[in-house]
Write a protein that binds this ligand. Structure first.
Ligand code: KG4
Ligand code: ZN
Length: 335
C-alpha cells in the first residue's frame, strides 16, 4: 500500500509518500517545514501564528513530495485529524479531504499519537525487523505522556501516564525558567551535552517515583526548578538542566519497569518528540537489558512531528472515512 500522508497538528507542516505493510514501512519521500524558529521569538507556540504558517507551507510541502510521482500508483491519502491545535489541524484536514476527493482516492484518518507509535515501523536499515506485539508503548511528547498496552490488532488500552504536565511541556517550561530557547527539549539537551560526563548532583526531587502506580507527575519538578533558580544558593543552569533531565529519565525508567512487571509483552515502543533525548534513550535501553524486553526507539528524525509516521499508522491500522464526514478533533484521545 502506497500512501500520501499529511501532518499539521501543531507547528510542523509535513507530507510524505510511504509504502509498506505490517512488516515495515519504507519512506519514498518525507518533507517537514517547521515554524518553530518563528515561535521561538514568542517563547512558545502561538496558535494563530502556527495556523498562518500552516497555510503558507502546506501546498509547497505537498508539491515537493508529489512533484515527480505518478498519482495512479498512490493508493490513498492519510491525515492526522487530532489531537492538536484546531487552527493548524483544519489546514491539513481540509487539504487532505480535497486531494482525496479530487483524485478519487480513499481517505484515511490517523490519530497523531498513534502516528508517533507507528514511527517504530519505519524501516531504518537493512537489518530492520518490525516490532513484535503485544507491546507497551511509552508516548512522551509535548502534549502527552502515556503508557498503553497494544494488542495484535493495534487496539490500545491506557494503563498509565502523567496526572499533570506532559514531559515535553515540562522540558519547554524548565528551559524557559532557565533562560534557554524554545523548544526546550533540544535546548536542554545542548546544555546537558556541554556538562559532559561529569557527575550530576541530585538537586531536584523525583516526584511520585516511589508511588506504586503508573501515575507520573512533572509539574512539581518544574516548580522545584523555579524554587532553585530563585533560591539563595546559586546553581549553574547547566547543572540544573542536567539533573532535571536525569530526574525525568529516572522517573520514566521506574514507571516503565513497573508496567513491565505487571504486563507480559514482547517489546516496548517509545514514541514522541522527547524520545529524541539522549539520556532518556540511554536510560530506557537499560530497562530492556535488565528485563530482557526489546526497547524500540524511532530514528531521531522521526521522533518529532513528521508525516511519514502518519502514513505508517494508516498502513498499520487503516481507518477509511468519507471526505465529507471528517472533522479535526483537537482533544482526540487514543483510548
Ligand atoms: O512529539 P512532538 O514533536 O510534538 C507533540 O506531539 O507534542 O514533541 C515536541 C516536544 C517538545 O516539548 C520538545 O521540547 C520535545 O518534544 N523535545 C525534546 C527533545 N527534542 C524535542 N525533549 C527532550 N529532549 C530532546 N532532545
Ligand atoms: Zn507530535
Amino acid at each position: 500500500m502506497k500512501i500520501l500522508a499529511i501532518e499539521s497538528t501543531c507547528d510542523e507542516t509535513a507530507a510524505a509518500l510511504v509504502e509498506g505493510s505490517r512488516s515495515g514501512v519504507r519512506i519514498i519521500k518525507s518533507v517537514v517545514a517547521s515554524s518553530s524558529d518563528l515561535q521561538a521569538k514568542y517563547g512558545g507556540v502561538v496558535p494563530e501564528v502556527a495556523a498562518r504558517e500552516q497555510i503558507k507551507s502546506i501546498i509547497p510541502v505537498i508539491s515537493e513530495v508529489i512533484d515527480d510521482v505518478d498519482l495512479a500508483t498512490v493508493d490513498g491519502v492519510a491525515v492526522s485529524y487530532g489531537p492538536g491545535l484546531i487552527g493548524s489541524l483544519l489546514i491539513g484536514v481540509e487539504v487532505a479531504k480535497t486531494l482525496a476527493w479530487s483524485w478519487s482516492k480513499p481517505l484515511y484518518k490517523v490519530d497523531h499519537m498513534f502516528g508517533h507509535i507507528a514511527a517504530n515501523w519505519i524501516i531504518n536499515g537493512s537489518s530492520f525487523t518490525p516490532p513484535i506485539l503485544p507491546a507497551i508503548s511509552l508516548t512522551i511528547s509535548g502534549g502527552h505522556t502515556d503508557i498503553h498496552m497494544i494488542n495484535n490488532k493495534f487496539d490500545l488500552e491506557w494503563i498509565g501516564g502523567t496526572v499533570d504536565d506532559a514531559i515535553g511541556e515540562a522540558f519547554d517550561k524548565v528551559a524557559r525558567i532557565l533562560g534557554l530557547s524554545y523548544p526546550g527539549g533540544p535546548a536542554i539537551q545542548l546544555a546537558v551535552d556541554s556538562f559532559g560526563d561529569s557527575d550530576v548532583s541530585k538537586i531536584l526531587p523525583r516526584p511520585m517515583i516511589n508511588d506504586d502506580s503508573l501515575k507520573m507527575s512533572f509539574s512539581g519538578l518544574k516548580a522545584a526548578v523555579l524554587r532553585l533558580v530563585s533560591s539563595e544558593i546559586k546553581y549553574n543552569k547547566t547543572e540544573i538542566a542536567a539533573d532535571f533531565n536525569k530526574a525525568v529519565a529516572e522517573i520514566i525508567k521506574k514507571k516503565l519497569t513497573l508496567a513491565l512487571e505487571h504486563r507480559e509483552v514482547k517489546s516496548v515502543l517509545v514514541a514522541g518528540g522527547v524520545a529524541a533525548n539522549k539520556i532518556i534513550r540511554k536510560t530506557l535501553l537499560t530497562v530492556g537489558d535488565d528485563l530482557g524486553v526489546e526497547i524500540r526507539l524511532p530514528d531521531l528524525k522521526y521522533c518529532g512531528d513528521n508525516a511519514a509516521m502518519i502514513g505508517a499508522a494508516a498502513i498499520l491500522k487503516p481507518v477509511k472515512v468519507l471526505p465529507d464526514s471528517l472533522k479535526p478533533e483537537s482533544n482526540l484521545s487514543l483510548s
